[in-house]
Design a binder for this molecule. Structure first.
Ligand code: BEZ
Ligand code: FE
Length: 286
């Protein structure tokens, strides 16, 4: 470590333990980065302006910092540290900026699309623990974009939920609902993050997916997606969120085929199964 880096690291010696660990490592890595790229003063000024604009475009509906973290892979790196892969537990992936906390309640079998455009899709599965036993009554939140790649919150003239909602799994862990078939879509590109993608020749697309957040007492809350196996961009997700275990086949059916819940629909429709395994909460010593 050079003298300057050492002096700055030492300045955090008196911080509480965790804060000291984080700030001192941040300083060491930041200084090493500046040295490695021989950062010019013009680049430093540009970086300050970039972060300032990232802050200015952020409000209670738009979180450009999360988007920046996503496209730099920092969100997935944090998930990797906190939810290591391995075992049977369903893998986690990015939360994204389109979650809403208070969404309409649905019963199993309901249609959460509520008029969102797209081809009908029946999604179902079972919530289990790591031993394979069903987890009864897990709280499930789902949200997704429509066939044009937009979430309800992205329509300025729409004042109700479409393509999102919450339901509760049955006693035997099963859940099922109707929605629309998800499509690939671009992350918002009209801010500094879009500028970064354009300048570096990267595309903004995410493969088609449905978001899930699943909570049950005694288990870690799971934030994940199910991806459609035939989507474009599975190998080049703009936010690095794809995990092979989260890809499912969405099967297309003709209207003549009876639906899994015994109905007939007058257009082609899709079905997919997404079983979920929750991790038991560890009792961490305080
Ligand atoms: C999403 O899937 O909703 C999303 C995730 C990260 C960045 C932008 C969108
Ligand atoms: Fe999404």
């Amino acid at each position: 470590m050079n003298e300057l880096t050492e002096e700055v690291v030492r300045s955090f010696d008196g911080a509480p333990q965790r804060l000291k660990t984080v700030t001192q490592a941040l300083v060491r890595h930041l200084h090493a980065f500046i040295d490695e790229v021989r950062l010019t003063e013009a680049e430093w000024t540009y970086a300050i302006d970039f972060l300032t604009r990232t802050g200015h475009i952020t409000d209670d509906k738009r979180q450009e910092f999360i988007l920046l973290s996503d496209v730099l892979g920092a969100s997935m790196a944090t998930i990797k540290v906190n939810h290591p892969a391995g075992g049977t537990v369903t893998e986690s992936t990015v939360f994204g900026p389109f979650y809403l906390p208070d969404t309409p309640k649905f019963a199993n079998g309901d249609d959460i699309s509520q008029g969102a455009h797209g081809q009908p899709c029946f999604l179902s599965g079972v919530i289990r623990d790591e031993d394979g036993d069903p987890v009864p009554h897990a709280a499930i939140e789902v949200w997704q974009a429509d066939e044009d790649g937009f979430y309800d919150v992205q329509y300025a003239d729409l004042d109700r939920a479409q393509g999102r909602g919450r339901l509760v799994a049955e006693q035997d862990g099963r859940y099922w609902f109707w929605t629309v078939h998800p499509e690939a879509y671009p992350i918002p590109t009209d801010g500094p993050v879009g500028e970064l993608l354009t300048a570096t020749g990267r595309h903004p697309m995410r493969p088609a997916h449905v978001h899930f957040r699943v909570a049950a007492p005694g288990f870690d809350t799971l934030t994940t997606h199910v991806f459609t196996s035939d989507s474009e961009y599975l190998d080049s997700d703009a936010v690095f969120g794809v995990k092979r275990s989260l890809i499912a086949d969405f099967r297309r059916h003709e209207p003549s085929e009876l639906t899994p819940d015994g109905r007939t629909v007058d257009v082609p429709y899709y079905t997919a199964t997404f079983d979920i395994v929750l991790a038991r909460q560890l009792h961490r010593p305080s």
